[in-house]
Design a protein around this ligand. Structure first.
Ligand code: ZN
Ligand code: ZN
Length: 191
């Protein structure tokens, strides 16, 4: 098969016939230079042809992008991890301190206390997920989910430390509800 691109490169004549111009307008596959194609990878926009294209959930992809499989929002760089980690750390300390002040650990139950813990956990998780969105430019994925859930459990533990009630660790019902509900909410937000 004749590579029309190479042929044109050798004779860059100023006058091109309409037929040649039309031919040149059709791009060639990046991987198969002899194959004309109108197809492009839906992610990196490189030309692909039926021989090398791969059907992915988000459309057709070049082999390189198909290997990555996951959308860009699940790709985290080191700076994303560092910034999310800092937010998780700060969030754990802040939430632990605030909840120790607003809702001191107590072995007592009570519907009101449980309701506050539930709402507090959901609210804290939403705030944390928003902070993650801000510092990671709305990244998603397992690493962030684990960091957020870890931060909420750490907050529940820290609130015991702050209020000097570490011996209540297995009886701090509101703290446990706060952490569990918060972890579930954050997990879903960052999925
Ligand atoms: Zn691609
Ligand atoms: Zn190809």
């Amino acid at each position: 098969m004749v590579d029309a691109r190479a042929e044109e490169g050798q004779s860059p004549g100023p006058i091109a016939s309409p037929g040649r111009a039309l031919e040149a307008a059709i791009p060639f596959c990046e991987r198969h230079p002899g194959t004309e194609t109108e197809l492009r990878c839906g992610r990196c926009e490189v030309t692909i042809c039926p021989r090398c294209m791969i059907h992915a959930p988000g459309g057709i992809r070049c082999p390189d992008c198909a290997q990555l499989r996951r959308p860009v929002m699940y790709e985290l760089g080191l700076s994303h991890y560092l910034r999310a980690g800092a937010v998780a750390l700060f969030g754990a300390v802040a939430l632990g301190a605030v909840s120790a002040l607003l809702l001191p650990p107590t072995p007592a139950g009570g519907l009101l206390l449980l309701a506050i813990a539930l709402l507090g956990g959901a609210g804290a998780a939403t705030l944390l997920a928003r902070a993650f969105d801000l510092v990671t430019n709305r990244k998603r994925g397992r690493a962030l989910q684990l960091m957020a859930a870890g931060a909420l459990f750490a907050a529940a533990l820290l609130r015991l430390v702050v209020s000097g009630e570490v011996d209540l660790i297995l009886r701090d019902t509101s703290g446990m509800i706060f952490a569990v509900i918060g972890a579930i909410v954050a997990w879903n937000r960052l999925a």
